[in-house]
Design a protein around this ligand. Structure first.
Ligand code: NAD
Length: 498
């Protein structure tokens, strides 16, 4: 059986804790590899190694650091298809979607290539007599990232590329469900010329995370995963004096106004609700048609589309989506559908019993569609993370704005309408971090920032874009007086330079 270790000091090393996790083939349900689960001493070794390597990397000029990013881009393009297949084989998303996962990661590496410009400070000449004032950005030192299973290329790259470009050393703790692509990313960075120790990968679970959270040498933690763990990581990391940003779960609504292009809205709902089997933090899991007529038309159009979804192994180029990552998640999603039925929602399409011929033990579930879901139901309140779409009927626009605004999650939201006034009003008033207008999955591009509101994010800076440079650097401000001969005597009041 293939064994996946850790990546420390520029190479893969075997795990020594004696503990392993299973990496499944979600298509067959079989275990395809064992991943080492680091104990405290292994994580501490990765941190020590990163700490030793970091000062020389920080002293490397930013254009040289950028060159490593440029070279990495070349190498990831070279290996693109192999990486997509590897990613798909552990996650279960179809290969076209795996390509998108890598592509959205690449775009943040492209952003990080601009580091000489991004890290420039500010300068004011003659802020006072002979006094110049300037600020500079310096790296934090050793920083860590803890990432989820659902984007095993994109999110590790969102975290490590800006951090490394800023001159930090990075310890990545990827999801133990699909660790192979993060390990390949580390290898490619070494091939691109990154000094050993600047990107270390420790595989593991809570023990590895807890070690990162309390170790004084780790100055910042970026986390992405479910909200309960995000909150725990945020509280624990902050209590240990770290800079922390944690991105959590979601319940993304899509409002369908009576004047929307219904076919466009249905296409969008099918893709955003069922793509990647719903395992996306920006998946649309709630459709909110406004008015009874809109709801009836929408539901009527959705039913055949959900029934007609093509579910196949992740290698099937024609499949709309593949299996869920683990049997555990499959059972959880089925449990949510059971609970929706118990609570009185109308299950219009039931995918619970779906079996794929030849892949009977794979983690497959058919698309599920609920109508008449209400805000008090568990399937509305909680994130399901599977191919389940809930229709919540709103009687008017005001109710439609209120639903996502009052939900405890606030990651993404969308409105489909032909009315510019409504769209503009919605974008202004809705209490959610990322908004789409006739666009179902509004993941901002790399040079903007990504982040939800409410229980979808803990901390005050977003991921990628300019916020990532702020997060991974500290600002130093220098007040300097030249020439040295200027004398103004001893000043006993606060200098004002007026
Ligand atoms: P998860 O919370 O189970 O795991 C995330 C990370 O935390 C993993 O590295 C895991 O090993 C670690 N972890 C798990 N349990 C832990 C514990 N008790 N203590 C410390 N660390 C622990 O999440 P997941 O299932 O891998 O990913 C899916 C979740 O991630 C969904 O909720 C999804 O919405 C969310 N997500 C959010 C965003 C975003 O940007 N907001 C993006 C992608 C995914």
């Amino acid at each position: 059986m293939r064994e996946i270790g850790h990546f420390i000091g520029g190479k893969e090393v075997k795990g020594t804790s004696g503990r392993f996790g299973d990496v499944f083939d979600p298509n067959t349900g079989e275990v395809q590899a064992k991943v080492a689960l680091a104990d405290r001493s292994e994580v501490e070794r990765a941190i020590a190694d990163a700490e030793a390597a970091q000062p020389a990397w920080a002293a490397t000029n930013p254009q040289r650091r950028a060159r490593v990013m440029f070279k990495f881009l070349e190498l990831i393009q070279r290996d693109f298809e192999n990486l997509a297949r590897l990613l798909s084989s552990e996650h279960g998303k179809v290969i076209a979607d795996a390509r998108g996962d890598i592509q959205r990661g690449i775009e943040v590496v492209e952003f990080a290539c601009g580091i000489p410009h991004l890290m420039k400070g500010e300068y004011t000449e003659s802020a006072g007599p002979g006094i110049d004032l300037y600020s500079m950005r310096q790296p934090l030192g050793v920083v860590a990232g803890i990432t989820p299973f659902n984007f095993p290329a994109m999110i590790p790259l969102w975290k490590c590329a800006p951090a490394i470009a800023c001159g930090n050393a990075f310890v990545l703790k990827p999801s133990e469900r699909d660790p192979s692509v993060p390990m390949r990313i580390a290898e490619l960075f070494i091939e691109a010329g990154l000094p050993p120790g600047i990107l270390n990968v420790v595989n593991g679970d809570k023990e590895a995370v807890d070690t990162l959270l309390v170790d004084k040498r780790v100055k910042a933690i970026g986390f992405v995963g479910s909200s309960a763990i995000a909150e725990y990581v945020y509280a624990t990391g902050c209590a240990h004096g770290k800079r922390v940003q944690c991105f959590g779960g979601a319940k993304n609504h899509m409002i369908v106004m009576p004047d929307a292009d219904m076919d466009q809205a249905v296409d969008a709902l099918i893709g955003a609700g069922y793509g990647s089997a719903g395992e996306r933090c920006m998946a649309v899991s709630v459709a909110v048609p406004v008015g009874r007529k809109t709801a009836d038309t929408l539901v009527e159009k959705l039913i055949p589309r959900v029934e007609g979804l093509r579910i196949g192994p992740s290698t099937d180029a024609q499949a709309d989506y593949g299996p869920l990552v683990t049997r555990e998640l499959l059972e959880k999603v089925r449990g949510y559908v059971d609970s929706g039925v118990r609570e009185g929602a109308k299950l219009l399409v039931d995918g619970r019993g779906f079996k794929l011929q030849g892949y009977e033990n794979g983690h497959f579930i058919g698309g599920c569609l609920f109508d008449e879901v209400t805000p008090d139901m568990k399937i509305y309140k909680e994130e399901i993370f599977g191919p389940v779409l809930s229709v919540v009927r709103a009687k008017d626009y005001e109710e439609a704005v209120r639903l996502p605004s009052e939900h405890e999650y606030g990651n993404g939201v969308a409105i489909f309408t032909r009315d510019g006034d409504a769209a503009r009003d919605f974008a202004d008033r809705v209490n959610v971090g990322m908004v789409g207008i006739n666009f179902a999955i509004p993941v901002p591009l790399a040079y903007y920032t990504f982040g939800g509101w409410k229980r979808s994010a803990f901390g005050d800076l977003n991921q990628h874009g300019p916020d990532s440079i702020r997060f991974y650097t500290k600002t130093k401000t220098v007040t300097s007086r030249w020439p040295s001969g200027i004398r103004s005597g001893s000043e006993f009041v606060i200098p004002t330079m007026k």
